[in-house]
Design a protein around this ligand. Structure first.
Ligand code: MCA
Ligand code: AMP
Length: 454
């Protein structure tokens, strides 16, 4: 069942209904274009999609539905009045009802789309048992409590917002305040929260707002943040400068952790004990993280290699792609993350980057350079194109299009490219920078040498 609903009680109600009915939830995003949504719907083939009565969501769903082989999608509308309902049931009532049809264990629970190195996003299927393993690991490691109050500002169609934050809180019977991220408003709301989870870009934005507001407001925000028991960061590298600046502003040391849609959460700095800047900590309970050198041998402490993971949290597979699923594991049955890291003698792991230059992270969203190139290549003034991620203090990677124009006189501008690609790509995938070149550097095999471009 597709869920095209913005974060809030309607989403939670629909998610629970799908699970109680024994279905698989496929959270979708209204920020995605009709072609992107069509790809997700075509891949997941849900029997129906729950759509909010919101002009944006309805229009986009209608476009995707129409383009999608005529398969019928039921538009079930949830009233905004449901927003008044509490998000977490009272502890004593939580077990009410017959779990009869509900699935569990190895049954698929959710399909989340994530970008890969081969172009269009892949549907990652997670089981109830896998999700439960993530929740149990984090519940213990981060000391979730029933009286926690989570300030939720993340999108719900990815692991971070859906599983780590939303389900993490509900698993503990805690309560949730949904509020779309907006730096000043988020600062104000922190005064009522005990837990806040974010991607690094959000902390950058919070600090920008902090440094540009009045002294009085700054004091109020700092006091509010001091009452929060846990700030976490993940989905992309948290710069050490941001960790330090946030600690100076609020007295709070952000807890950084590492995960991936396919593997759930693997590494975390400790709740008690030193949270080390630039480090993603040690394996969570039940998780094995090996670091393997280029020839497949275990790396020694201090030696860089690829992170390989064995964990009860691992995904069921890429939907409809058994070959891709099998290829994502090594011979020892460990998931190949594509992330490079190094373990120091104290057991903490630092991430050094990704093995593929074609995977970018912008504001915590994973992007495929190839997916963006495929669209830009259709621009009539472009003869050749390569997309790279250039390090950026706000976004992590700045999506940069390196373009060879068909003629100098006709070279496209950044605005042209963005306007052209906007039809097909979500706003966060659009290029933010443009370099016009006479030719792209290629090796003897004709492959673009992206490291040279960078
Ligand atoms: C928004 N824009 C972006 C991004 N977000 N551009 C590039 N990268 C982005 N991530 C665009 C907007 O469309 C807009 O474009 C312009 O930037 C300014 O928008 P603004 O309002 O300033 O941004 P925002 O809407 O506040 O969004 C920033 C954000 C958002 C809140 C940081 O990107 C976000 O929610 N990121 C979270 C991603 C996430 O949940 N990732 C988890 C993946 P224009 O000017 O054209 O209108 S799960 C994962 O990674 C694993 C499992 C893990 O470990 O967690
Ligand atoms: P996704 O495919 O959207 O689930 O993104 C997973 C990827 O996000 C990982 O493979 C890492 O490259 C990256 N990631 C997650 N957490 C961190 C972190 N704390 N530091 C650096 N990269 C991270």
């Amino acid at each position: 069942m597709g869920l095209l609903l913005s974060p809030g009680p309607s989403f939670v109600t629909a998610l629970w209904a799908v699970w109680r009915a024994g279905g698989v939830a496929v959270p979708l995003s209204a920020t995605h274009t009709a072609p992107e949504l069509t790809h997700a719907l075509r891949t997941a083939a849900p029997e129906a999609t729950v759509v909010e009565r919101d002009p944006g969501a309805e229009t986009i769903a209608a476009a995707a539905c129409g383009a999608w082989l005529g398969r019928r999608i039921d538009f079930t509308v949830f009233s905004r009045a449901a927003a008044a309902a509490p998000t977490a049931p009272d502890g004593d009532d939580a077990g009410d009802g017959d779990p009869g049809a509900a699935n569990a264990g190895d049954d698929p629970a959710v399909m989340l789309f994530t970008s890969g190195t081969t172009g269009k996003p892949k549907g990652v299927v997670l089981s109830h048992a896998g999700v439960e393993a993530t929740l149990n690991a984090l519940h213990e490691a981060w000391r979730w409590q029933k009286d926690d109050r989570l300030l939720h500002a993340l999108p719900l169609y990815h692991t971070h917002g859906l599983i780590v934050a939303l389900l993490g809180a509900l698993w503990a019977g805690a309560s949730i305040r949904f509020a779309a991220f907006d730096a000043p408003a988020t600062w104000d709301l922190l005064a009522e929260a005990s837990v806040f989870m974010a991607v690094p870009t959000m902390y950058v934005r919070l600090l920008e707002a902090f440094s540009t507001t009045t002294q009085e407001r700054r004091a109020g925000w700092a006091a509010g943040a001091r009452g929060v028991r846990l700030f976490t960061s993940g989905s992309a590298a948290l710069p050490a400068t941001i960790l330090a600046a946030f600690a100076e502003a609020t007295g709070q040391t952000i807890l950084e952790r590492y995960g991936m849609t396919e593997i759930g959460m693997a590494l975390s700095n400790p709740y008690d004990g030193p949270r080390i800047a630039g480090s993603v900590g040690t394996p969570l309970p039940g998780v094995q993280v090996d670091i393997v050198d280029d020839s497949g041998h275990p790396a020694v402490d201090g030696q860089a290699g690829e992170l390989r993971v064995r964990s009860p949290q691992l995904f069921v597979g890429y939907h409809g792609d058994p070959t891709g699923t099998a290829a994502s594991y090594d011979d020892a049955g460990r998931f190949r993350t594509g992330d490079t890291g190094v373990r120091s003698t104290d057991g903490y792991i630092r991430l050094l980057g990704r093995t593929s230059v074609d995977i970018l992270k912008s504001g915590g969203y994973k992007l495929s350079a190839l997916e963006i190139e495929d669209i830009l290549r259709g621009h009539p003034a472009i003869a050749d194109v390569a997309v790279i991620g250039v390090p950026d203090p706000v976004w992590g990677d700045c999506v940069t299009a390196c373009v060879v124009p068909r003629s100098d006189a006709d070279a496209p501008t950044l605005d042209d490219l963005r306007a052209f690609a906007r039809e097909a790509l979500a706003p966060y995938k659009l290029p933010r920078a443009l370099r016009v070149l006479a030719a792209l550097p290629r090796n003897a095999m004709g492959k673009v040498q992206k490291s040279l471009l960078k």
